[in-house]
Design a binder for this molecule. Sequence first.
Ligand SMILES: [Zn+2]
Length: 242
Amino acid sequence: MTTASVDPLDTIVRLSRLVGSDPRLVQPGGGNTSIKVGETLLVKGSGTDLRTIGRDGFTTLSLPRLAALAGVDEKSDADMMRFMAGCMLADGPAPSVETPLHSLLPHRVIAHTHDVATMSLTNTADPSAERLVAELFEGQIVYVPYCRPGFPLARAVGAMVGRIPPAATGLTLAHHGLVVWGADAEETHQRLLGVVGKIDEYIAASRRGRLRGRPAPPSPALTPTASPEQRARGASGGAERR
Ligand SMILES: [Zn+2]
């Protein structure tokens, strides 16, 4: 049996379109995807839409150069964007402000969503949301308290990379979305669907419990208060790009 060679960029383009076209997974325009090939990161660039992205929507960056971001305590978002532009290995779209989510985590294929399920689940105080995530996923998905997208989120993720359990397959970013990884695009997609499906089931069950008048488990509000974009705009005057 011969094995056809599959271009990694084509697999991530296909994953991106699947994720982008599923309204459970991303709000229009949100979310991003990446694949690592040797010491190169291919990551969705700024200003492209997952639903229609093609090969030219990805930017090619040097992972060894990006790794320098891990030890930095303070950097403005503008400086971070300049730093990342300096890590580009070929012409392409500018790296998005969420690129460090992809470069600092070591996993090969990563999908990051701005999904309503995660925003609903985490629309409560950190201790409750963290406990809910722990109960639902038993360590498979790690809770990350809200950090503004940009350098603050990059720093938070960089600081926790060494503490992520080996069996974990993703992160919930409170009030923001999911980060799910896998060895290839197919595994990442299946895991992402599994995580969102489990959250949706929990929310539906807690809603049914309330309707029957039973004491329900602490449940999330069903409507997120603000999208990550709205929060980021509020914090930085609309300069966010992803
Ligand atoms: Zn995001």
